[in-house]
Design a protein around this ligand. Sequence first.
Ligand SMILES: NC(=O)c1ccc[n+]([C@@H]2O[C@H](COP(=O)([O-])OP(=O)(O)OC[C@H]3O[C@@H](n4cnc5c(N)ncnc54)[C@H](O)[C@@H]3O)[C@@H](O)[C@H]2O)c1
Length: 418
Amino acid sequence: MADYKVKDVGLADQGELLIEWAQAHMPVLTLIRDRFEKEKPLEGVKVGACLHATKETAVLVRTLEAGGAEVLLCGSNPLSTTDEVAAALASSGTPIYAWRGQDTEGYYWCVNKVLDYGPHITMDDGGDLVNTIHSSRTEIIEGVKGGSEETTTGVIRLRAMEADGALRYPMIAVNDTATKRMFDNRYGTGQSTIDGILRATAVMLAGKNFVVGGYGWCARGIAFRARGMGANVIVTEVDPVRALEAVMDGFRVMPMMEAAKVGDIFVTSTGDVNVVDGKHMRFMKDGAIMANSGHFNVEINLPALEEMSTGKRRLRQSLDEYQLKDGRKLYLLAEGRLVNLAAAEGHPSEVMDMSFADQALVAEWLWKGEKLEPKVYDVPSEIDETVASLKLQGMGIRIDALTKEQERYLRSWKEGTL
Ligand SMILES: NC(=O)c1ccc[n+]([C@@H]2O[C@H](COP(=O)([O-])OP(=O)(O)OC[C@H]3O[C@@H](n4cnc5c(N)ncnc54)[C@H](O)[C@@H]3O)[C@@H](O)[C@H]2O)c1
């Protein structure tokens, strides 16, 4: 058995059942896995992955392994590992370093364990592998052919590194490709954030004032799903175009300071810091609930909340009550970490099928191609088209194809009003 550190390897049988259930809902990745098994495009490749260690990630890991890769996995958030799944991967021979409830030191110990193997390809969700490599493990850079990034926050960090001339190997922005961002961020985060809030609180959403911080891909998914549950959704934004879109989608839009006074439930998903700040918490109603679905636990100002409080109690898993000095009580879900992963199971398998198909095909493309310049690259459009076509095929949906006449018409600049 490979080296590993997980909570309890005895949970492996339960983990296998979870992985089996995810795989049954991931037809695209299954097709890729079948091909990888025959062609072995990743023979001899060490893939260092820092991803949420969930059942869907396990399906990706086994797809890459089927292609001949050695996958080294650590979690990408201290609270997002499914311990049963981690146990299953450990017992089937994947070097994995992940358990739920890590402290920061434990988290980076795991990141460094993965780097000790000297990966040829890195796969990040939030950029912690890339950041650690560039800051304290630079000896690894020479052997890395390239990497990929799964989330918006990670891509923002990479683009900042590129602009500073600090990026030392090529990175592919998997997050930004249509078959990832339009579906995973919107429908995945939309559904699973509601799932996380309900599992943590079991409160009724209908009739509640539900404040969504941001109106990007993730936040608009959350806003639509909350409205579908009967909540009165209020959106806060800093980008006038996105704010206008929210207005025209039928949501109320106002500054957070105003929303703070009327909101029952607050959810952030912006990638920004202190979107819900102490100054907002001062005006919140007694009993208000706060959650975050952005990548890092900085969107709700936790130090300010602690400072305003005289004490806190854990009422149930992922639900903390803060007793404020003025007598009010505020509630925080999942310690301000990604509520959909920490309080629920993250995105549904069906949507991770596409994101992880992108990851698997990008790994193959990176490995087979020439070594690229150290820049941030988009996913090649053929990969996007392949994933969308395979997904439609998996769903049993057929679409039309352009006729020769239509192709000619669309290419021509000579056609106009008849
Ligand atoms: N929970 C998950 O599973 C999950 C999945 C995908 C992405 N993410 C993370 O969610 C975050 C958002 O991702 P996205 O793809 O929606 O990004 P995006 O760039 O599409 O949207 C972010 C939006 O937040 C707005 N914003 C920034 N600062 C704000 C502020 N102070 N107040 C109000 N709005 C503000 C921006 O104007 C923008 O419209 C990122 O951190 C990303 O990594 C989480």
